[in-house]
Design a protein around this ligand. Structure first.
Ligand SMILES: CC(C)(COP(=O)(O)OP(=O)(O)OC[C@H]1O[C@@H](n2cnc3c(N)ncnc32)[C@H](O)[C@@H]1OP(=O)(O)O)[C@@H](O)C(=O)NCCC(=O)NCCS
Length: 140
């Protein structure tokens, strides 16, 4: 019988300091609506990409929900990435949510410095709030 070798002290230390970060965010729809009214087009351009707006616009009945979900997703991703690399503070528009053919949300980061980051996201929305959680992993 063969016994598995215990991981060395060094590899245990390495796994404890693995470059993984997590982030979460909740958005109240009423507050986002207010910000959109106040900020107008400038706010939309600062926060959302054209593709994100198009995704929400294509669903007029639930438009605000999709925007709120994306807003929460961006904040969650910014937190997750900053946990690994505190100097890498992404702008809202540099974090893009794209849905694949099954509707699953995927994150695209528009920042060269974030090229080694892989980010996983999950988002959900109900009548008055949207929530998102993110996990960021940096390849060595
Ligand atoms: C996908 C599903 C989990 C969404 O749950 P829900 O309670 O209806 O809606 P929620 O508000 O919690 O979540 C909505 C978000 O889930 C995400 N989502 C959609 N489809 C998804 C999927 N297959 N896997 C993971 N996340 C998904 C999207 O980001 C969506 O928000 P968005 O449209 O603004 O991007 C639910 O519809 C479900 O269980 N479907 C059964 C499986 C299915 O239909 N698969 C896809 C077709 S093959």
């Amino acid at each position: 019988m063969q016994f598995k070798r215990r991981p060395s002290k060094r590899s245990r230390r390495a796994s404890l300091s693995a470059p993984i970060g997590c982030g979460i965010d909740v958005v109240e729809l009423s507050r986002l609506r207010q910000a959109m009214r106040r900020g107008g087009q400038a706010f939309m351009r600062k926060v959302f990409t054209k593709a994100e707006e198009a995704y929400a616009d294509a669903r007029p009945r639930t438009r605000l929900l999709h925007l709120a979900g994306r807003f929460a997703a961006k904040e969650a991703v910014i937190k997750a990435v900053a946990q690994i690399q505190p100097t890498l503070v992404l702008a809202m528009r540099e974090v893009e949510v794209r849905n694949d053919h099954l509707g699953r949300p995927r994150i695209v980061l528009h920042r060269r410095k974030a090229a080694r980051m892989a980010v996983h996201i999950s988002l959900s929305h109900v009548n008055s709030v949207a929530v998102a959680s993110a996990i960021a992993i940096r390849s060595r």
